[in-house]
Design a protein. Structure first.
Length: 213
């Protein structure tokens, strides 16, 4: 069972050859995360006296709570990665696996509910930025960091437990080795409007579902 879960994670991070590659840099000019009462970046180091938050800011960097200040370097490959049509349920299944893995990590490896909340909000807001990438509003190309994604298969140990080994990177490294798959139907003339309509429809569905609970 656990080996199958590991295989699912591995399938999400399958990478093409990166030979003869060269970098192109793309930077997102977004403001620092600021406190509501001033211009100083919010620090979560030992926030609320919780020792579990020691050195929290070191991961992304002070004032970079969700990684919005990370630079992006797109790797241009000799053999370019291209998106492929896949049955939507297959995509949804794999994303739910990642969703539940995130819950497992947060609830099994953090005991303080305050820290659970802060860590989840960091994760949630970081993923939220990807929406702007997909809409081509962020100045970043939509894609994934190949170096970071390659660690997906390292999340689970051979016995099925969560791996606690330091994977050797920080949140500020995300984006330095970006693969931007080609082949999407993006059209500069029509896609901004059609994507906005898709976003509005999805948000409406989400809000409707939330209001019934």
């Amino acid at each position: 069972m656990f080996s199958k879960a590991a295989l699912l994670l591995t399938s999400l991070v399958s990478l093409a050859s990166m030979t003869a590659s060269s970098p192109l840099s793309w930077n997102r000019d977004l403001a620092n995360i600021k406190s509501r009462t001033g211009s100083s970046p919010v620090s979560f180091n030992n926030w609320g006296g919780h020792s579990s938050l020691q050195n929290f800011d070191d991961f992304n960097g002070a004032g970079n709570f969700c990684g919005s200040q990370n630079s992006q370097t797109v790797i241009v490959q000799e053999k370019q990665v291209v998106c492929h049509l896949q049955q939507i349920e297959i995509i949804q299944q794999r994303l739910v696996v990642l969703q539940e893995m995130a819950k497992k990590i947060i609830t099994e490896q953090i005991c303080e509910v305050e820290t659970q909340t802060i860590v989840f909000q960091q994760f949630h807001s970081s993923m939220g930025m990807f929406s702007s990438d997909l809409q081509r509003k962020s100045g970043r190309q939509p894609g994934y960091d190949a170096s970071i994604a390659s660690h997906g298969q390292s999340l689970i140990s051979a016995d099925g437990s969560l791996n606690t080994t330091d994977l050797g990177f920080k949140g500020s490294d995300v984006g330095k080795n970006t693969i931007a798959p080609a082949g999407s139907n993006w059209n500069n003339a029509t896609s901004p409007d059609s994507v906005q309509k898709a976003l509005d429809a999805a948000n409406s569905a989400a809000n409707s579902t939330s209001s019934t609970n």
